[in-house]
Design a protein around this ligand. Sequence first.
Ligand SMILES: C[S@@+](CC[C@H](N)C(=O)[O-])C[C@H]1O[C@@H](n2cnc3c(N)ncnc32)[C@H](O)[C@@H]1O
Length: 262
Amino acid sequence: MKRILVIGIGPGNPEQVTVEAITALNQTDVFFVVDKGQNAEELAGLRRQICERYVRGSSYRFVTIPDPPRDRAPDSYVDAVADWHVRRAEVYDHAIAKELRDGETGAFLVWGDPSLYDSTIRILDDIRGTGTTRFDYEVIPGITSVQALAARHRISLNRVGGAVHVTTGRNLALGWPAAADSVVVMLDGPGAFLAVEPDDVEIYWGAYVGTDDEVLVAGPLHEVASDIATARAASRARKGWIMDTCLLRRAPDSPPDASPAS
Ligand SMILES: C[S@@+](CC[C@H](N)C(=O)[O-])C[C@H]1O[C@@H](n2cnc3c(N)ncnc32)[C@H](O)[C@@H]1O
């Protein structure tokens, strides 16, 4: 039987790779690297650095899996993602069948934690359901970018006894989540969080958190929004891509139906 490990490697700081992840890295024969996005080369480089730093010996090998192209302006976002997952499952299935021998262990090194806005687990489940390759798999948790952001700003995500709503920029653009006061926003390339009605909203924002390029800004949204917009534009111009996350927190007495995004 083939064995696959889905290993969370944290959001960019090699010091945030857990002991359990290091043990798993040392059991791996084949690291599957998915070649995706503008930042693919830099993130693949970081995965290699993590292996060089933590794996004893060098008997492992890397296999790059090409990421199928994805429709970025579809009529239906959900259908487009579902279609993309099917095509991804096919290439993952093919790579596991071809590159991993029976009795060997393969690993996917997942940015942050595999449970948060990552499709690796769903795709492996699909392959086990419909694909041709037989394997078992385990998940090793990692530190999420949300935890790293909270630590760098020295904040708790929730108010006392309160809830935390984690969402995407795409969802936030449709309006402030009902009944939420603490909202974490991820995957927000266009910056929907900057279009939120700023009255009574505090923001804790971070880009490339935990890496040498880290930028942090916090304060009342109406005061710091333009600083964040400037920092985002400068980072994009310098690196060609941005990876940022924020916590938006509304004053506890804000009316529940206030402040939809414009
Ligand atoms: C595809 S999701 C992956 C999330 C990841 N699984 C996690 O646990 O953090 C990518 C999003 O995570 C956030 N992100 C990941 N790494 C980050 C970092 N180092 N600094 C800030 N945000 C980060 C950004 O919102 C980015 O758009």
